[in-house]
Ligand binder design. Sequence first.
Ligand SMILES: [Zn+2]
Length: 268
Amino acid sequence: MFRFAQRGAIEYLEAEAISALDFVTHAFCTRLGGVSEGPFSGLNTGFLVGDRGEDVRRNLALIGEAFAIPSERLVLMGQVHSGRIVILDGDAPPPGSIPECDGLITDRPEVALGIRTADCIPLLFVDRVRRIIGVAHAGWRGTALRIASRMVDLFEKRFSSRVEDIMIAVGPAIGVCCYQVDGPVYSAFSLWLGVESFLHPCPEAGRWMLDLASANRIELTERGAPAGNVLSAGHCTACRREIFFSHRASLGCTGRQLNFIMLRDGGC
Ligand SMILES: [Zn+2]
C-alpha cells in the first residue's frame, strides 16, 4: 500500500512496506510544495524543461531540507531511455549527476539516488537483508529493454542479493486509462509473455492502451520477484495533473517530480 505524507510544504507518496524499514528514506514527491511557476508550478526538479534554474535549485534544496539530504549527496541521472545501469560504490564522493544512464545502485549510506519523472515509471529497489538500494527509469523503452530485470541481475551479481529479499516500489506514472501507444510500441512488446494483460487494443486501428505498471510487475515476477514484493502506487499522473507532472497531459510543457531512496547510516 502507498500513502500520502507531508514534510514541510512537500507532499509525497510513500510505500508503507519500505517506510517500515528503518534503514532507508524514500519518497515519490508530487508537484506540491515548491516555488516554480507557470507550467512548472510547484516542485519541479527538471533543469531541461524550460523552468528557471534558480527555482529548480531552490526546489531541490527544499527537498534536501525536508528529508535531510545534503545537496552533494543527491545523485541524479541524465535519463536517456536506455538500459544502462551504474553502480556507485567505493569511497569517492558521489557525483552530483551521471549522464546517460537509467538505473543506479548503491550500497553506500547517505547517498540519495534520484530519478525525475513526468509519466514514466520510477522504480525504487531495496534489498532488505543486504541493505542495497537502487532506482530505475522505466518508460516504454526502458520497460521493453527489461531494465527492471537488469536491476535484479546486478543486485544478484554484484551484491549477492537474493531476488526474494528485494522489494520494488512502482511509483506513480501514466496509467492505462491515458497511455495510448502506436505500432512501434506495440511491436516492442508483442512477443512478451502475458502481453494481453498489459497492452489492450483500442477502437481506433493501430492504437493500443499500454499499462506500464503491469508490464513491469509481470517482468519482475517472471524474473522471480515474489508478487508481494512488487508494490504499485496506482496513481495516474495524467489523470491527476493537479498533483503530478504529466508530460503527455501537458503536451510536453511541464516539470519533473523527484523520486528518491537513500540508505541511512546507523539503522539497525
Ligand atoms: Zn489516467
